[in-house]
Design a protein around this ligand. Structure first.
Ligand code: NOJ
Length: 867
């Protein structure tokens, strides 16, 4: 009989903490960063806050499952096996269909009659918690309407360490507090709509180059992001802690290695930090093909493998049949598989809020927009209706327009804006117009053409339509009786000159800079941007128009900062706006801002440096070591504004900067100290690992059922032989767990709780979130127009190794002319602490601390000592 899975996937496991076989010899020779082991993998806690009911329902369900069913739930069916980008095996006996896991963080990828929302980064620029939530909720509802069970977002990794990082726009901001709040609100929104959110990618997934072996790079292993303990806690893990505290149901581990151990089998990361310290109760899924080991990843804390096959369409899996074998032969303790199933089902029940498992069908196929086709796309089997073209958009276009307008940042305004019935409006640049092949002409938006409203890669959605700036501005101009002309080219200089050098012209120049995911290269950019300049001659275009027209307004659509240094202070450039990646309502939103229908209050979620070097950290484009690229995060917690501030480097526009059409005054800073009891480290032990249900030890129960039809390249939990060695095909078969798994990896004994963890509180020790101070001030609108002000609360912790200032809270306040509104911000214990690497806990140090309220990271208006 043919082997079910002829892969040596149970070996290599002993390398869980140090990388894989090929690189091991090299690793021993070098002083490379290493990741310490953390075992066993924590099991769920029945008393975890917010998970109690879900735990009980999951327990009922999982206790009825057979071993094969549990394996089926943890293992994807393989690339193109079903309709979604990832699906688990089904449990038909218990009425549960295969779970659908699908992209993206800004809409639903690759289908139709869905919305295309603004990117995470653009949404972050609103600094508006309500909008963060509403966007999450709307995306969750759309996902649910299509039959999706897990929406693969939001993104906190990349955080945005390097401005050229290709996927920064999918996430929010290099500031961990802004990202953390956006993560938490987005998670709550998605999950309130009944869909499991997925916080991704854990962690250090900051660049596209070298994220995987075989992307055309001559390397042995994926890049290792080498992050020290303090930086991990204070920067990169921070927003994930917020997502966990918000109850996120799933987390995706990343492609890269972290301290030379692959994220998806890094026990320190998954067991130690995520499940132990943060008390994460949901499940960890691998990024697609980011799993590199079998049992090793299971004991290191991975709970679900996606899409299930080792390599797309290989028909082979690290889990599936191999997981069945591993439990049957005792390599993997049954409790670990039970815990995987518990975590998946608890997340499932938690967001559904009911014990009922009867799901609506999946009504789309990611692989085609055709109505009929094979349901098992890879196998080309099961021809039937696979797309039902269900319209899930509701009235989300209004929200999309609101977020896009409120996330637009007015970087400069010399009185040119708002526009008021301009005599002659000239709109210049390709970025104002359509893609002539249609807004969805390139798969996953992997090309350039027309206005930029999202980046490229898996973090995309098809546009239901795309309102171009040209269309919307022309409609406005006609309504106003303005004269209107657009030249939708960056290169027709003579035509452009003739138009913009006329009298009474208001010229609006649209330019862009794009990036995306590394599996697509656009214009020579392999995901990451090659540089921080504008695309398609944008800088030349701006400079030319400004030389011909004394009222030149620049609108930038981009995936992050671009270098404005050469032209931002040109006297003829009267206004500059950053409109981010606005999604389907692009043109309407920018029209709202340019004409003052929305008074701009977006704030830049990153720094606009004067030079690329000013940012410090940068993308590694050439492997510094020939075989395993090492990226050392030597700047520590100093990224973006913290780096610029530390080195006192010039910036063009700082983090948090953004103008308004009105003015605000800040007065009366008050700091109220709360009487909070002293921090008590968590102590005690967990319960021993529970198991749920028995499994048969008769190996013939695990064979493919008689007459069972196997779809080509589909991943199943069954074995081909009752001879488990034969069934596994593992050349190392026979090694016992203690021969190749790290010490303690299979222990089911009660485990000590970490002092920084919460006994029953996801997110870490709950006292970290005690509010120690409330900070208030009076904010008055001193101008003539109604508007929003984003009040930013910064602290200086005062230590020699602390950033000059760090954002800790903010509020976007709506204020009428002459009106005064009270700002209230909070400072928690975590906000005032640093991570003590020796103690392995957060501590408030003795240094003199300051609190500031500001309009940006460099415009601190009010300040006081914190006593
Ligand atoms: C790889 C990407 O890194 C991840 O973000 C995405 O969710 C999966 N592919 C599935 O498309």
């Amino acid at each position: 009989m043919k082997l079910a899975v002829g892969l040596a996937c149970l070996v290599g496991s002993h390398l869980a903490a140090t990388g894989s076989l090929k690189s091991k010899a090299k690793l021993e020779k070098r002083a490379w960063a290493t990741s310490e082991p953390s075992y066993p993998s924590p099991w769920m806690n029945p008393n975890a806050a917010g998970w109690e009911q879900a735990y009980q329902w999951a327990k009922d369900f999982v206790s009825q499952m057979t071993l094969l069913e549990k394996v089926n739930l943890t293992t994807g069916v393989g690339w193109e096996g079903e309709q979604c980008v990832g699906q688990t095996g089904a449990i038909p006996r218990l009425g549960l269909r295969s779970l659908c896991l699908h992209d993206s963080p800004l809409g639903i990828r690759g289908t139709d009659y869905n919305s295309a929302f603004p990117s995470g980064q653009t949404t972050a620029a609103t600094w508006d918690r309500t909008l963060f939530y509403k966007r999450g909720y709307a995306m969750g509802k759309e996902a649910r309407g299509k039959g999706i069970n897990v929406l693969l977002g939001p993104v906190a990794g990349p955080l945005g360490r390097m401005p050229a990082g290709g996927r920064n726009w999918e996430g929010f901001s290099p500031d961990p507090v802004l990202t953390g709040i956006a993560m938490a609100e987005t998670v709550k929104g998605i999950q309130d709509a009944g869909v499991i959110a997925c916080a991704k990618h854990l962690i250090g997934d900051e660049q596209e180059h070298f994220r995987q072996v075989g992307d055309g790079f001559d390397i042995d292993e994926s890049l290792s992001s080498n992050i020290d303990d303090r930086t991990m806690h204070e920067l990169y893990l921070w927003p994930f802690a917020d997502a966990v505290r918000a109850g996120v149901g799933s987390v995706m581990c990343a492609y890269n290695q972290v301290n030379n151990s692959y994220s998806c089998h890094n026990s320190k990361l998954l067991n130690g930090l995520l499940k132990n310290e943060l008390g994460f109760q949901g499940f960890v899924m691998s990024d697609w093909q980011a799993q590199h080991t079998g049992v090793a990843s299971a004991v290191a804390g991975l709970d679900m493998t996606m899409p299930g096959d080792t390599v797309f369409n290989s028909g082979l899996s690290f889990w599936g049949a191999n997981l069945t074998v591993a439990v049957l032969n005792g390599t993997l303790p049954a409790y670990r598989l039970d815990d995987m199933a518990m975590r998946i089902m608890a997340a499932f029940f938690k967001v559904r809020g009911t014990q009922d498992v009867d799901l609506d069908p999946i009504n789309f196929s990611f692989w085609t927009l055709d109505t009929y086709g094979p349901i098992h796309w890879g196998a080309k089997e099961g021809h039937q209706q696979i797309n039902f073209h269900v319209d899930v958009r509701e009235d989300h276009s209004r929200l999309i327009r609101e977020i896009a307008a409120k996330g637009t940042v007015l970087l400069k305004n010399e009185g040119a804006l708002p526009l008021d019935k301009p005599k002659f409006l000239a709109v210049i640049g390709e970025d104002a117009g359509p893609n002539h092949n249609g807004p969805n002409s390139c798969d996953d938006r992997g090309c350039v053409g027309g206005t930029l409203a999202m980046g490229w890669g898996s973090g995309t959605a098809n546009f239901p339509y795309l309102v171009t700036p040209d269309a919307a501005l022309q409609a406005q101009a006609i309504k106003d009786g303005s004269r209107y002309e657009s030249v939708l080219s960056n290169h027709a200089m003579e035509t452009i000159r003739k138009v913009v050098s006329q009298d009474n012209v208001t010229a609006v120049v649209f330019v862009n800079a794009n990036s995306g995911e590394g599996y697509i290269t656009v214009d020579g950019n392999r995901g990451d941007r090659n540089n921080l300049t504008l695309w398609n001659g944008g800088d030349e275009l701006i400079k030319n128009v400004a030389s011909w027209c004394s009222n030149t307004i620049v609108v930038i659509h981009s995936v992050g900062p671009v270098l404005l240094t050469d032209w931002y202070d040109h006297p003829n450039i009267t206004a500059i706006l950053w409109a981010g990646l606005p999604g389907q309502e692009s043109g309407n939103a920018i029209t709202d801002v340019l004409y003052g229908k929305v008074n701009p209050a977006g704030r830049s979620p990153f720094t606009w440096g004067a030079t690329r070097e000013g940012y410090g950290a940068d993308v590694l484009y050439d492997p510094d070591d020939a075989r395993v690229p090492q990226q050392n995060f030597t700047e520590g917690v100093f990224i973006d504004y913290r780096y610029f501030d530390k080195h006192n480097t010039r910036v063009i526009y700082e983090f948090g900067h953004g103008l308004s059409y009105t003015t605000f005054e800040y007065r009366n800073l008050q700091i109220q100290k709360h009487n909070v009891s002293a921090y008590i480290p968590t102590t005690g032990l967990t319960e021993p690992a529970p198991t749920f249900g028995e499994h048969s030890t008769n190996y013939s129960d695990y064979l493919y059922p008689e007459g069972f039809h196997r779809a080509n390249r589909y991943i199943y939990p069954y074995v081909n032989s009752t001879d488990l060695e034969l069934a596994s095909g593992d050349p190392y078969y026979g090694q016992t767990a203690d021969q190749f798994l790290p010490p303690n990896a299979t222990s089911s004994d009660p485990q000590p709780l970490l002092r920084s963890s919460g006994k029953n509180s996801p997110g870490g020790n709950p006292q970290l979130y005690d509010v120690l101070y409330t900070v208030t001030a009076d904010i008055t609108n001193t101008g003539a127009l109604e508007g929003d002000e984003v009040v930013q609360l910064y602290v200086s912790l005062g230590g020699p190794d602390d950033p000059k200032v760090m954002l800790r809270d903010f509020a976007r306040l709506h204020i009428k002319p002459g009106e005064t509104v009270k700002f209230e911000g909070k400072l928690t214990r975590r906000d005032l602490s640093t991570w003590d690497v020796t103690l392995q806990d957060w501590v408030i140090r003795d240094h003199t601390k300051m609190v500031f309220l500001g309009k940006s990271s460099r415009k601190l208006v009010l300040g006081a000592l914190l006593n």
